[in-house]
Design a protein around this ligand. Structure first.
Ligand SMILES: [Zn+2]
Length: 253
């Protein structure tokens, strides 16, 4: 048992009792963890508005030995992200984009596995989604690809997984989901069941990994390229999660 401090995003909340909730955080210092927030459901509770979904807060908690719920003792709001405020351009897609960020952090990371660069990516993504000037779709696709890269699940986008032929302009490839790679036309087989992706879209995916959430809006996509990039990311994410992310049904690409 130890008293710990962390900067954390609220990614999930579940009612625990009449007055308490179990809150799941994704923190810079510890990665994901859940803690019991006693009194969090009371109107004038001890944590005020710091525990709203997608809020960033400074928390103090008692870390229990495994098998017992951690106990939240303090939560102070750092910033409340409001993706829904991005107006006509992003609209609801920004809001659901924020929920999607939370769902992927919850599903694709392990408890107490620190990943400060994943925390920073999530914060910059929520921040970019909250800005009225930004289009939400490139930011969402950038998050998918960057998260896959940081957790080591981004497919190899440089060469065919079978013959090693480099990805060249003007050619058609397929995403080989189970092997985490792409296949050239000659190596593609029915049983690998890959979704087609053009070399142009693969090029964009590679560029996305070099960008940050607030610069990604300058990359120009065609609608088809956006769909192909998103499709590749979703296939890899679905494979890792074992199910399709539920928030996706609200996001139109
Ligand atoms: Zn090949």
């Amino acid at each position: 048992m130890s008293l710990e401090k962390a900067d954390a995003l609220v990614i999930r909340q579940v009612d625990f009792s009449e007055s308490s909730r179990v809150v799941t955080f994704f923190s810079r210092e510890f990665g994901k963890f859940a803690a019991l927030a006693k009194g969090a459901k009371r109107l004038k509770g001890p944590f005020d508005a710091a525990l709203d979904l997608l809020s960033a807060c400074r928390v103090v908690f008692i870390k229990k030995s495994s098998g017992t719920l951690n106990l939240l003792t303090e939560a102070r709001l750092i910033r409340r992200f409001q993706p829904q405020n991005s107006g006509a351009k992003g609209g609801l897609t920004s809001l659901y984009g924020g929920y999607y960020v939370a769902e992927l952090l919850s599903g694709l990371t392990e408890d107490f596995d620190p990943a400060p660069e994943v925390y920073d990516l999530a914060v910059s993504t929520l921040s970019a989604l909250s800005s009225p000037e930004n289009l939400s779709l490139p930011i969402i696709i950038h998050f998918e690809i960057s998260l896959l890269q940081l957790i080591g699940l981004l497919p190899n986008l440089f060469e065919c997984s079978v013959c090693g032929e480099a990805v060249q302009t003007g050619k058609q490839f397929a995403h080989w989901v189970s092997q985490g790679g792409v296949l050239c036309g000659a190596c593609r087989r029915q049983e690998f069941a890959g979704v087609s992706i053009s070399s142009g879209s693969i090029e964009i995916l590679r560029r996305l990994t070099q960008e940050s959430a607030d610069t990604v809006c300058h990359i120009e996509f065609t609608k088809k390229q956006a769909q192909e990039c998103h499709q590749l990311a979703v296939s890899a994410i679905t494979h890792a999660l074992g199910r399709r992310p539920s928030t996706l049904r609200y996001i139109q690409i």
